[in-house]
Design a binder for this molecule. Sequence first.
Ligand code: ADP
Length: 867
Amino acid sequence: MTPIRRQYLKIKHSYPDAILLFRLGDFYETFDDDAHLAARELEIALTSRSMGKNLKVPMAGVPAHALESYLSRLIKKGHKVAICEQLTTPTSSRAIVERDVVRVITPGTLVESGLLDVKANNYLAAVVVESDLAGLAYADITTGEFAVTQLPADRLAPELERISPAEILTPETDESSPTDGLSQQDNYAVSPQPGLSFDLALARDALLSHYGILSLESFGCENLPLAIRAAGAILDYLGRTYKSGKPPVGPLSTYSTNDYMTLDAHTVRNLELFQAGRWGSSALSLLATLDRTRTPMGARLLRRWLGQPLLDVAALESRLDGVQLFHDDAFLRQAAAADLSRIADLERIGGRLESGNVTPRELLALKDGINAAAELAGRLSESGNSPADGPAGLQLARLLTPLPDVTALIDEAVAPEPSGSLGEGGIIRPGFSPELDRLKTLASDSRRFIADLERQERERAGIRNLKIGYNQVFGYYIEVSKSNLAQVPPDYVRRQTLANGERYVIPQLKEYEAQVLAAREQIEELEVDLYRRLCRQLAESVDAVNRLAHGIAQVDVFAGLSEVAVRNGYVRPQVNNSSVIAIKDGRHPVVEQTLGAGGYVPNDVYLSNDDARIIVLTGPNMAGKSTFIRQVAIITLMAQVGSFVPAAEAVIGLADRIFSRVGLQDDLTTGQSTFMVEMVETAAILNQATPRSLVVLDEIGRGTSTYDGLSIARAVIEHLHNDPRLSCKCLFATHYHELTELAQTLPGVRNFNVAVVEEGSDVVFLHRIAPGGADRSYGVHVARLAGLPPGVVNRAWEVLGDLEKPSGKSAKKARSRGPAAMQLPLLDASQPLLDEILKVDVSNLTPLEAINKLYELQEKARGGNSV
Ligand code: ADP
């Protein structure tokens, strides 16, 4: 076995569950099983290498310069990758180069900018559950964020959904899987860890020693054992994966989920906060509509705020003040936007500073960013001088602490236009290190000397095309072509014979060569050393840089929200602790964007726990019911994020939770039937809502037959209304116009409908919400609008007419006795047919399917009639 093979096996032994990328010169090689795996996953050639007598092992490798793209493919496929580097430079002696793993790369510990989404955090989370309590910690090592909480176990799933970690650590001994409740749509890796990783005493010690403190009290988690265990597991994991230096996490922040509105995954999806539509495009999400931030940290903060609406009036007022400041001052808004555009991703640069991976250009970007922030701070404090602005400007200015030491140091040490790679002498600014400058002069003087020498030798030998060259093997040489060989002076020493000439050296040349090479080597060493020291010195300010980055993020979000508010005509909501939600001329912020100016019909809403608690909203399909009820939920949420809202006026009594559910939507990812999903979700609301909650239900009960659905819908409304634990505010959109009767018996229920006008057999949607219930569904009208063939529509009119004729009276009678008393006429052959027509999902039908369906319906109608 060769020494390299022995070295490889020893290292591989410590990383059995990772693909080991073993640096061999210009390649990262994999061997044995790793090679088979890498060849398959990366579609690279599987070769073999002789590594001892009669020992050939499978091998597959990737070029070192292309590492990042291959890494991303392995990580995306869920593999862990251990990077094994050469730690000493190869020398001519036969001693083997030292090698060791410098990092294990997992989905939650990426730092490669090419593998990260600029506008989203990449979180590593750790979770430990004990009976009904859970500890949760999460960190983003690219920004240094590190947060921890202890929470009731049943709130873990929504909290994890909010964080949306790339990787979750769990104790391998844990039988209850904390990730059970998570939707499988989210893409995260679960990495079980040895139980000791979550040990309380070890975790506490690890935290104390990481921060060099004696008690966790200052972090606020001293008495939260599960939180400490989760945080300890993160540190432990980072220690094992991120091997170069201390785990790159900043101060630990302890938070409580009680401080935020809980948003479950269904609500996040239904309200399309981060992704719109079923295909997950983010172009029309609420986030995309509200995001006018200019910096990556601002974009990430806005995303975080949208996922964590506040419950505290004072905190919201202070955010709203921030937005207002920029809203009211167009000049400040524009100037701030310009300043912010000049600020790079200071959070991630800060993170790389700690790990020593920061490039000179990033250091310059850090300096420019700090300077731009200082200018912005100046503007803000000036704006705060005018009494009309209030204290918001000064408060925001205070978030942007200047860091003159950092900028001065970068200014002094880094060349304004850094050139070449580190070690070539173009990175450190002239004047920073006299020694470096001396060596650089020496190197360039020597070069000039060689040019002089060339001229001198040409004259001495009388050879006009004599030239001095350089190659790796021989160093500097004098080259003379064949035709001039006779003139070569006697002191020339021949080194190499070429096809058309000879190469010589002279002592003078070799002397200078030694100088040049020595100088270059020294330059390389010194520049690398100076740069490392510079980074280390700057790394001492990492916490300050992160604080500044967080301040910039806040100002960026305020400025961005104000820009959206001005552009789209939003107003400042009045937030309070009342039980009222009153919105005048509210609009749906995203739908409004798609319709263009003036296209959206604004609507009012008034909800109050004291009287109008539940709104039953009826109207035909496509009238705008879903849009309206979501609009109320979104405006409430926006107000609790601290944003202005799309309305003429809005009073928002803070909601502790918003629930949003849609009936009739297959959850394909979990393989559950429509109706089952609908009922499971509805049950969750009935179990969790409080009087302060806002519940938005869209077509609940639709996934089953008419009478089942109607009964369930009715029972749900009655329960929401009557159960004292709930009695929450609710918007219930339904096409069951029979539900309007509830208003007669339940005092907190109000009927509204979406106005339509009937023009002959057409309906025109006015999208206006009016008091009172709709008295019919207009289903056939809508089917006609949707383009169902005229024959089908006409037949549907006939069937509907028949249905309404004989049973019309009895249906009316039945309705006055309540839906439960209604009965389908027995043996009515048309009803199934009508049901079937109504069930047709017209918008998802291909023309061919439509014709087939029509044919089938006609066959059934004939058959039915003959019965
Ligand atoms: P429903 O839930 O009643 O079936 P939707 O809420 O899905 O109807 O609305 C159907 C379409 O009507 C929406 O896609 C939107 O384009 C339009 N719409 C809804 N509300 C309004 C409004 N207030 N103003 C203008 N267009 C609207």
